[in-house]
Write a protein that binds this ligand. Structure first.
Ligand SMILES: [Zn+2]
Length: 966
């Protein structure tokens, strides 16, 4: 057994030497204390005007990420946090890259949901006496309150931008610019008024845009098969039809029985084969391919007695099954045999395809349904019935009574619902204002080509949406919005819309806001030349679709504010905006400027819970960003994580798809945060007596391990830069985490302890390590700045020496010294690091067997048959004991034999642990000599004969101790 000390001297207690060791010191706390510290840091940025100053004085070009306006209704949720934090990460990165970042947050303030909220807060009596102007004023107040609340939340997430001057779609200048876009489209012939079937919501009494619809699962329609009696036909064509006492019918199928009163024709496909089948006493005509299906539906055989081509049936006239009027056969390509009977009941007032084919055949448009979704007098015997309820029922009953109902069955399919009221909509022809997408579709499609879509699949999503979309219905029958600035000749009903009228209204709105449209008389709203021209006019009461509002933001914000530019560098929103804001902005911009309003579009997915379910109040799985930051009612269950944890989560996910979030993930994020924070803390705490100006060691004089870690830093910088440049923040997340844990904590800083604590304070050995620590801490602060902005600033503020700039965000982006790149060194360390892992594994086994305590109690003997590794080890021999944190390392020429002593272990590749990528054998023995009470290394050079003044210190510590006490 080894003796405690081979010389037998009593060893001083460690306590006596504690003050002579350079122990770390810092005020930078281990815990983030985000609830207090983050607002302090934000206040610092605000007081120092860091964002504003950088926006004005940075040397680079202006960078404009144009904010898609959230709706000014209710509180911001976690999806908004994902969106805004992504934007802020990009902006802060650009600030660090030296760009003049100009971010103007915006809010979408008009529209039905706000109107409904305001109305819900009022009593029935109040609602009845409400004028549009009063409603608008209440809606405005509601929107402004929501803006103010949401703005506070955004700032708490540390979103940088011009929050003093956000844009709001209700601002008079904004409204005026929007009227300008509308005016130009109108003058270019892209705006028209027409009767057209639109998605109509009886529950909100307004037309809806495609973006305002949703298609919930589980909608069941009452579908019906109906016989339309044939009134007249060419008997040579249908000889069978002449059979005495038998009647001939077309069999149609519809999922909307209430549209039967609007029927004006039956439509066949000219090229399809039709069959005449017998059904009891009747003959039915339907597509041949659908006979088997109808047999199944009716549960009886329908023998085919004749076949005829669709086009041959043109000219046949059927009779309406309820009203006494004809329903002629027409031909259309949209008729298929995918469902139904191949005979399409055609009601031009209730369907887009029906409307188009009806126009071709001059059928006219019949839509006997009013705003409330009730039958009008044009649908005799059903007047006043709600089409989706009792109206449907009454039509079915009527068909049954008349003997024309073949079958009714429940039909489960996608059906459009009003996304706000969650009630089904109908197709209904009304007079609306439209933007003729057809007129500028080619320009819009060309514009899509010129944009960078991130991820690239975004382009594949928006292209067909624009290629196939019908004209854009832009009018809404509501009060809370921007008026459609049109006058009508009271006598002729003709619309008045000229450059002069638009510019006049625009001027009024710019000064007084769009309330003026409701406040002022028609005469006042008209330009001088139309006031006394012998005609009388009245003004339009419809407002514009809110998508036209937000879709004009490029004109109202990018083109209007001198500090911004059009087109924007980037638009960034959820992937649903291909259908919404990306598209409406594209259409208005392509129509009037011939290009997209953005150079690049980045999309993200939605936030789901940890099981991949949609978040909903009823499931109780909603993550509230406020609770994440400030903590919940039970702080043990919902600790106050602060905004940085939320931001770290945003960086960790692959946002191109839907992203999960929940308690487990947040707690994992907090762990990663702590690792980064504590790495930074360790760096800071060893710099308390260091000032690069006086103490920095030149690169050439740094040790090899320093060179190696700077090489790694250069690689990390490159990787992180590429991650931010390509918006792949998860690569940043993985890289920085790995660097802090694997390269720094587990390796470089572990090895550095001896240099930092034990060496004399001003020795080159220690100063060179501190030189590297200073480089590391500054660079880590910069690299994490875009994401962990508070931590980055907190680190910067705690750097003990004077930094040239007061905020990390003024320090510029990381830049590797070209000398740092050293691929040759990497080759060496690629050999050494696996050996270090093998050594650590070996020491761990020895420790587990309680053969030694600290690794400093060990002496290593290493043998390797790998010549290259051997060369590296010989070259590094003097440093090896520090690299392995042991007291001595011997290199052997032959493989150490298994011995008999119990303090002996022999581990090599292929033995107990084969996972190490190194071919070496490591033997551990107890180190010889005495334990030095200052550095805890074991040494033979201890004792009064060697250092009479300090007999218990080792040879290294004596020198350091002398320097420190003198
Ligand atoms: Zn010592």
């Amino acid at each position: 057994m080894f003796k405690e000390c081979h010389l037998g001297f009593p060893v001083n207690t460690v306590k006596d030497y504690k003050d002579t060791v350079n122990l770390p010191q810092t005020n930078f706390s281990m815990r983030a204390n985000a609830v207090v510290r983050e607002p302090e840091i934000q206040a610092f940025w605000e007081q120092e005007g860091i964002y504003t100053h950088q926006a004005e004085h940075n040397p680079g070009e202006v960078f404009v990420l144009h904010d898609g306006p959230p709706y000014a209704n209710g509180s911001l949720h976690i999806g908004h946090a994902l969106n805004k934090i992504l934007k802020d990460a990009i902006n802060r990165y650009q600030v660090l890259r030296g760009r003049k970042v100009r971010y103007v947050p915006g809010w979408d303030c008009h529209g039905l949901p706000i109107e409904l909220k305001v109305l819900q807060q009022m009593s029935k009596e109040e609602r009845q006496s409400l004028t549009p102007l009063q409603l608008r004023q209440k809606a405005q107040q509601f929107a402004l309150n929501a803006v103010s609340e949401q703005l506070t939340d955004c700032k708490r997430w540390a979103i940088w931008g011009d929050f003093e001057h956000p844009y709001k779609t209700l601002d008079p200048e904004y409204e005026a610019a929007q009227l300008g876009v509308f005016g130009q489209m109108a003058l270019d012939g892209y705006i028209y008024r027409g009767l057209k079937p639109v998605h109509w919501s009886p529950s909100s009494q307004t037309a809806l845009a495609e973006a305002e619809l949703e298609y919930p699962e589980g909608h069941i329609s009452r579908s019906i098969y109906v016989k339309f009696p044939v009134e007249s036909f060419d008997s040579s064509l249908l000889p069978i039809g002449n059979t005495v006492d038998r009647r001939l019918y077309f069999a149609i199928w519809t999922t909307t029985p209430w549209t039967i009163p609007g029927n004006l024709a039956v439509c066949l496909n000219a090229e399809l084969a039709y069959a005449v089948v017998t059904d009891g006493e009747d003959f039915l005509i339907l597509a041949k391919d659908r006979v088997a299906h109808l047999e199944q539906v009716l549960g009886r055989r329908l023998p085919i007695v004749q076949e005829v081509l669709g086009e041959e049936l043109a000219g046949v006239v059927a009779h309406h099954p309820i009203y006494d009027r004809p329903s002629p056969v027409i031909l259309g390509d949209h008729v298929t045999t995918e469902s139904g009977t191949g005979v399409v009941h055609t009601a031009p007032g209730h369907g887009v395809e029906d409307f188009e084919i009806g126009k071709k055949y001059g059928l006219g448009v019949l839509a006997p349904v009013d705003n409330l979704g009730q039958f009008t007098e044009e649908a005799p015997s059903f007047v006043g019935l709600k089409v989706l309820d009792e109206g449907n029922q009454a039509v079915i009953e009527s068909l049954q009574q008349r003997g024309f109902l073949l079958k009714e069955e429940a039909y489960n399919h996608k059906y459009p619902y009003d996304w706000r009221t969650k009630k089904p909509t109908i197709f209904r022809a009304t007079t609306q204002w439209f933007a003729s997408v057809e007129g500028f579709r080619e320009i819009a499609l060309r514009s899509i080509e010129a944009v960078t879509w991130i991820p690239a699949v975004g382009k594949n999503r928006i292209t067909p949406m624009v290629a196939e979309r019908s004209d854009w219905c832009i009018s809404r029958q509501r009060a809370w919005g921007v008026p459609i600035p049109v006058f009508y000749d009271s006598e002729t009903g003709e619309a008045l819309l000229t450059a002069e009228t638009i510019s006049h209204v625009q001027k009024i709105v710019r000064h007084h806001g769009s309330d003026a449209w409701w406040e002022l008389s028609t005469e006042e709203l008209l330009p001088e030349s139309y006031r006394n021209n012998g005609r009388t006019y009245h003004k339009e009461t419809d407002i514009m679709d809110v998508w036209f509002d937000s879709g004009s933001s490029w004109a109202a914000v990018l083109e209007t504010r001198p500090e911004l530019h059009y087109p924007a560098d980037l638009y960034l929103e959820g992937s649903d905006q291909h259908r919404g804001w990306f598209q409406s902005s594209l259409l208005t911009s392509a129509a009037t400027r011939g290009q997209a309003p953005y150079k690049a579009v980045l999309t993200h997915g939605f936030v789901l819970d940890e099981q991949g379910h949609k978040m909903s109040k009823s499931l109780g799985n909603v993550v509230d960003p406020k609770v994440v930051i400030e903590g919940g009612k039970d702080l043990k269950k919902d600790p106050p994580y602060g905004a940085d944890i939320l931001r770290l989560w945003v960086s960790s996910v692959d946002y191109s798809a839907d992203v999960p979030l929940g308690k487990t993930i947040l707690s994992q994020m907090a762990d990663v945060y702590r690792k980064i924070r504590n790495t930074a803390r360790y760096l800071l705490s060893n710099l308390y007596d260091f000032d690069p100006k006086n103490h920095a060691v030149a690169y050439e004089n740094l040790s090899e391990i320093d060179h190696y870690i700077l090489h790694r830093l250069a690689q990390i910088q490159q990787e992180v830069t590429q991650a931010f440049d390509s918006y792949q923040f998860f690569r940043f997340f993985q890289t920085i985490q790995n660097f802090c844990v694997v390269d720094l904590s587990n390796f470089y800083l572990d090895v550095a302890k001896d240099r930092l604590y034990i060496s004399a304070p001003n020795s080159d050995r220690r100063r060179s390590c501190q030189t590297v620590l200073a480089i590391l801490v500054e660079n880590i602060a910069k690299m994490i700045g875009p994401i962990l902005c508070h931590l980055a600033e907190d680190i910067w503020q705690n750097i003990p020496y004077g930094t040239p700039v007061k905020s990390v965000f003024e320090s510029g982006w990381v830049e590797a010294d070209s000398k740092w790149y050293n691929p040759k060194l990497e080759e060496s360390w690629r050999k050494l690091l696996p050996l270090r892992a093998l050594v650590n594994g070996t020491l761990e086994i020895v420790r587990e067997r309680k053969l030694i305590g600290s690794s400093l109690e060990a002496k290593l003997s290493i043998f390797t048959p790998d010549e290259e590794l051997k060369k590296e080890l010989e070259r590094m021999q003097a440093e090896l004991r520090y690299l392995f944190i042991t007291s001595k390392v011997l290199l052997l020429d032959t493989e150490p034999k298994a011995g008999t002593g119990e303090l002996y272990i022999n581990l090599h590749q292929g033995s107990e642990q084969s996972s190490y990528a190194t071919d070496a054998t490591v033997r551990v023995d107890k180190a010889e000599g005495c334990k030095c009470p200052r550095c805890w290394n074991y040494s033979l050079e201890i004792g009064p004969t060697i250092h009479p003044d300090q007999p218990d210190l080792c040879e290294r510590c004596v020198d350091a101790w002398r320097q420190m006490v003198i």
